[in-house]
Write a protein that binds this ligand. Structure first.
Ligand code: DP6
Length: 362
C-alpha cells in the first residue's frame, strides 16, 4: 500500500507567537452509491466506494483556539452543538484530536472551543458523521495553514483534510470534494487510495451533475447499530468476501456508467448496493428497514415501470430512503413524492437535497 506519513514534529509554535484565532468551515454530507461496509487496521476500507457530495445537508463548525494557560499533554476542548454543551460528542472529538497529536503537535499547546450545528434536524436520524468529521478535519488543516503555511496547493490541502477526515469517520473522507468522490484503491480510478478520498467531478457525465437526493425520513430514531459496530459485524460474516468482491466489481460498472451517462446501469448498481448492504446486516440478525422503507421501495419501482423515469433508491445503514433522480424530471417526481411517499414518512417529512459543490470555508 501507498506510504503516506503526515507526522510532523515541527508543527509546534514558538511560545512568543502563540495567539488566539478561529476558523469556520461548512461541510456537506454524502450519499454512497457503492457502499463502504467493512474496515480493517486504522480506518481502512475493505472495498472501494463512490458517493455523491450533497448540498443542503451540511454541518457548520467553528473552531476557536487559544494558547493553553498551563501546558499539558491533555487535549483541552469544549464542544457546543446548537449552542448546548454536548458531552458524548465532545468525548469523541477529544479522542479524535488526541489521535492526531503526532500529525498536529500544536494540538497540545492549545485549548479549543468548538461550536457546531447541522442543517438537518437531529430527529431526522440521518448520519451526520461525514459532514461533522470532515468539517473538523478541514478546520484543523486551516489552523495548520494559518499558523505555519506550507501547503503546496489546494490539492495538497484537500488530500490531507480527506486523510484526516477518514481517521474521524471513514465516509467523511468523501465529503471534501465537489460532485462525486471515490475512496479506496480501485484499478478503475487513477489516483484512488485507501488512505484518502479523491474528487472525480471531472469524469462525471452531465446526466449526473444535477442529480437530486430526496431523503425520505421513515424513522427519526437513533440508529439501532452504530456504523462502527456495523462494520465490525462484517468480520464474522460468512458472506463478507463475496460482498467485498461484489463491491469491487460494481465500482468498475458504476464508474463506467458515471462516465458514459448511463442512467440505467447506474440505477441498477445503486439499488443492488443498497440491498446488499442491508442483506449483510440481516446476516448478522439486524433488520434496519421499517415496513414503510419497503413500501417506498415498491412504490418507487412501480413508478419507474409506469413512467420509465430514471428514479432510483438507496439507503445507508438505517431505514430512511434516498431517492435519486435528475433535475429534468423533478416537477413530476415531486408530485409523486408529495402524494405517495411523504405520507409514509415521519410527519410527512423529507429533505430535498441535491449534488453539491463541496465544503466551503466561511
Ligand atoms: C453505510 O463512515 O459512518 O454509510 O468509519 O465507522 O465512521 P465509520 O463508518 P461510517 O460508515 C458509513 C457506511 C455507509 C456507507 C457509506 O457511506 O459508504
Amino acid at each position: 500500500m501507498e506510504e503516506l506519513n503526515y507526522n510532523n514534529p515541527s508543527l509546534i509554535i514558538e511560545s512568543a507567537n502563540l495567539k488566539p484565532g478561529k476558523v469556520v468551515w461548512r461541510s456537506p454530507s454524502n450519499i454512497a452509491i457503492v457502499k463502504y461496509w467493512g474496515k480493517h487496521g486504522v480506518q481502512l476500507p475493505r472495498n472501494p466506494s463512490v458517493s455523491f457530495t450533497l448540498a443542503s445537508s451540511i454541518t457548520d463548525t467553528l473552531i476557536e483556539y487559544q494558547p493553553k494557560e498551563t501546558p499539558s499533554n491533555e487535549v483541552e476542548l469544549e464542544l457546543y452543538f446548537h449552542s448546548e454543551r454536548k458531552e458524548d460528542f465532545e468525548t469523541k472529538v477529544k479522542k479524535y484530536f488526541a489521535s492526531l497529536i503526532d500529525i498536529f503537535p500544536f494540538i497540545k499547546q492549545m485549548s479549543f472551543v468548538i461550536r457546531t450545528g447541522n442543517s438537518f434536524p437531529h430527529s431526522a436520524g440521518i448520519a451526520s458523521s461525514a459532514s461533522a468529521m470532515s468539517a473538523l478535519a478541514l478546520g484543523l488543516c486551516s489552523i495548520e495553514d494559518e499558523l505555519f503555511g506550507g501547503f503546496e496547493n489546494d490539492a495538497a490541502f484537500d488530500k490531507k483534510a480527506s486523510y484526516l477526515a477518514r481517521l474521524g469517520s471513514g465516509s467523511a473522507c468523501r465529503s471534501i470534494f465537489p460532485t462525486m468522490s471515490v475512496w479506496g484503491k480501485t484499478s478503475h480510478v487513477e489516483g484512488s487510495s485507501d488512505l484518502y478520498g479523491i474528487g472525480i467531478g471531472d469524469m462525471v457525465h452531465e446526466n449526473f451533475k444535477d442529480f437530486h437526493d430526496d431523503i425520505l425520513i421513515v424513522s427519526g430514531e437513533e440508529k439501532s447499530v452504530s456504523s462502527t459496530a456495523g462494520h465490525a459485524l462484517m468480520e464474522g460474516n460468512p458472506f463478507a468476501e463475496p460482498r467485498y468482491n461484489q463491491a469491487r466489481t460494481n465500482m468498475g460498472k458504476v464508474i463506467a456508467a458515471i462516465k458514459a451517462g448511463d442512467l440505467e446501469t447506474f440505477g441498477k448498481i445503486t439499488e443492488e448496493e443498497a440491498l446488499s448492504l442491508h442483506a449483510m446486516m440481516m446476516n448478522s440478525n439486524y433488520l434496519l428497514m421499517r415496513p414503510n422503507s419497503l413500501k417506498i421501495i415498491e412504490l418507487v419501482r412501480e413508478y419507474r415501470r409506469e413512467t420509465n423515469h430514471p428514479i432510483y433508491f438507496t439507503l445507508d445503514a438505517g431505514p430512511n430512503i434516498h431517492l435519486l433522480y435528475p433535475e429534468n424530471i423533478m416537477p413530476e417526481v415531486r408530485v409523486f413524492v408529495d402524494e405517495q411517499l411523504a405520507p409514509l414518512c415521519v410527519d410527512n417529512y423529507f429533505i430535498g437535497d441535491w449534488v453539491g459543490e463541496g465544503p466551503e470555508q466561511q
